[in-house]
Design a protein around this ligand. Structure first.
Ligand SMILES: C[S@@+](CC[C@H](N)C(=O)[O-])C[C@H]1O[C@@H](n2cnc3c(N)ncnc32)[C@H](O)[C@@H]1O
Length: 293
């Protein structure tokens, strides 16, 4: 397998900026998850920023010294520049999470939302995020677990089609539908201390899905159509699976869910050079746990 094949963001589509921006309420996200960590004068890096709407909301929430949005797709970077243009302290740049184009110890707050599931070498990406974070600074991750895969009652044909797609994406694109549950371990292994973990339901559709979410899933399938066509062998098969999935969502007797994991912690003030010390963990392990499922 060619490495650059895994780097390719398989959701790429001209409507991906629009889909990502409409999937999150950035002000609500900042209020719910980031508020305790933000303060005036902070420097922020958002890795896998998408169209930069979260960066814009952070800049509106507090007076940052510097906000950088980084994404591997040039179209995302253009959108992020546009969305963040009202803030002179913000910028957007193209780059790969596994080799961040920044000096070590550069940012007070380094975040990645819904990125790790797409990265074929998540441990490396997390090491990089820790590297560019200042000692004493904060790392924040959020990722999904089980999206598209968990439903009841079982529809064998649908489940098989979805699992085929997921298996292919895992093997050939490095996509991990169970990244959420792994964030804690990744953060621990990267030497992050004072780790906070939270699990909540994310997709949660008992009965017929509402119109807005129906349209978002339709858009998600459309954006992944090229990949689905390759995986299933024909466009017709991809369209059939999309219809089957949306029909399932439209039933009154079905339930679909997935989980979102939030993990954050501190880069210890005295941080060993992991390359020199063989990757030993040096955190303090002051855990704060919260379970909402
Ligand atoms: C699901 S989107 C999440 C966007 C944004 N963080 C949000 O929460 O809406 C994943 C983003 O990660 C970017 N991405 C994927 N692989 C990447 C990599 N190796 N390095 C940097 N960005 C990457 C994609 O281009 C895409 O914009």
């Amino acid at each position: 397998m060619k490495t650059d094949e895994k780097k390719y963001y398989f959701m790429e589509d001209e409507k991906e900026n629009e889909r990502l921006a409409s999937k999150v309420d950035p002000d609500q996200f900042v209020e719910k998850y980031l508020k305790p960590y933000l303060y005036d004068g902070i420097s922020v890096l958002d890795v896998g920023s998408g169209p930069g709407v979260i960066g814009r909301a952070i800049g509106e929430f507090c007076s940052c010294d510097n906000i950088v949005a980084l994404d591997i797709v040039s179209g995302r970077v253009v959108a992020a520049k546009q969305n963040m243009s009202g803030n002179t302290k913000s910028s957007a740049t193209q780059g790969d999470a596994i080799s961040l184009p920044f000096l070590s110890n550069s940012f007070d707050f380094v975040m990645a939302r819904f990125l790790i599931e797409y990265v074929s070498n998540p441990e490396l990406a997390i090491d990089e995020m820790v590297r560019v974070c200042k000692p004493g600074g904060r790392i924040f991750f959020q990722d999904l677990d089980g999206q598209i895969l968990w439903h009841y009652p079982e529809d064998k044909e649908l489940q098989l089609g979805l699992e085929n797609i997921m298996n292919y994406l895992k093997l050939y694109k490095g996509f991990d539908p169970f990244a959420g549950r792994k964030l804690y371990h990744y953060a621990f292994s990267a030497g992050v201390s004072d780790i906070y973990v939270k699990a909540e339901s994310y997709h949660f559709f008992p009965g017929k899905i509402d119109r807005k979410n129906y349209e978002l899933w339709e858009m998600k399938f459309n954006n992944a159509m090229e990949s689905a066509t390759k995986i299933l062998g024909s466009r017709n098969k991809a369209l059939e699976l999309k219809k089957h999935f949306l029909d399932y969502f439209s039933r009154e007797d079905t339930l679909t869910y997935s989980v979102v994991f939030t993990v954050s912690g501190i880069k210890p003030k005295i941080f060993p050079d992991l390359a020199l010390y063989g990757g030993d963990h040096n955190g303090t392990n002051g855990f704060e746990k919260e379970g909402t499922i």
